[in-house]
Design a protein around this ligand. Structure first.
Ligand code: XMP
Length: 214
């Protein structure tokens, strides 16, 4: 858990590092390699499966200068979402990603920052067939921000118009074709970047280049 909130981090960094690896050591190695230049990290089910929940807790405890988001892509009924969110907060996560289509009645209580997914990097999905309605569902959810595809600038721009004060985080940078400069120009606050950093022969240089482009 970070001592900085996500808005404070935005003033210093535009990259959220995603790590989805098989090998437990790689999580530690990548974070060691990038050091304090990374302020926010997104983990997901691969991290829970590879490290186990205790391992994830140690990883977060061992990097208490960073803000950690759990990409749960949560979409269950409300009492389950609440239990999961409380457990994730207990592991040290600062934020959690949920699907927007489940609407406000199934959203977890604000035990941590909630980021609502309103469109995906791959598709087509049902989100794109009814983007306006997905946005309406999302607006009704108590949240800190939204997740919008970084490789779809038109959707980022629409989302920024509709969500002027949300923290917009955008995956799909690099390996999935998006550019961080383009995403930020269209209204994203952060690009979420995985393989382009953790599979790079020089993760620090890759990170610096992305920060410069943003
Ligand atoms: P790469 O390696 O492609 O990793 O930089 C991308 C990361 O982002 C996640 N991802 C998404 N998350 N909505 C999300 O909430 C999406 O549309 C989406 N597309 C990719 C993916 O899980 C990985 O961690």
């Amino acid at each position: 858990a970070s001592h900085m909130n996500i808005e404070e981090i935005r003033g210093r960094s535009r990259v959220i590092l995603a790590i989805d690896e098989e090998e437990p050591r790689k999580y530690w190695n990548v974070l060691d390699a990038v050091g304090s230049s990374v302020k926010a990290v997104k983990l997901g089910w691969m991290a829970i499966l590879s490290l186990g929940s205790d391992g994830v807790k140690s990883l977060i405890n061992g990097h208490d200068d960073k803000y950690f988001i759990m990409d749960a892509k949560m979409a269950d009924v409300n009492f389950i979402n609440e239990k999961i969110a409380r457990r994730m907060a207990g592991l040290g996560f600062d934020g959690i990603i949920m699907h927007g289509f489940i609407g406000p009645s199934n959203a977890p209580p604000s035990v941590m920052d909630v980021f609502v997914l309103i469109s995906m990097t791959q598709g087509p999905t049902l989100y794109d067939a009814s983007l306006e309605r997905a946005m309406d569902y999302t607006k009704a959810i108590d949240r800190r921000g939204i997740v919008v595809p970084g490789n779809k600038p038109d959707i980022i721009r629409k989302a920024r118009e509709q969500f002027p004060s949300d923290v917009i985080i955008s995956p799909g940078i690099g390996a999935q074709g998006g550019s961080i400069g383009c995403a930020v120009k269209h209204g994203a606050d952060f690009g979420i970047v995985g393989r382009s950093i953790y599979e790079s022969s020089d993760p620090v240089e890759s990170l610096k280049r992305l920060e410069r482009e943003a």
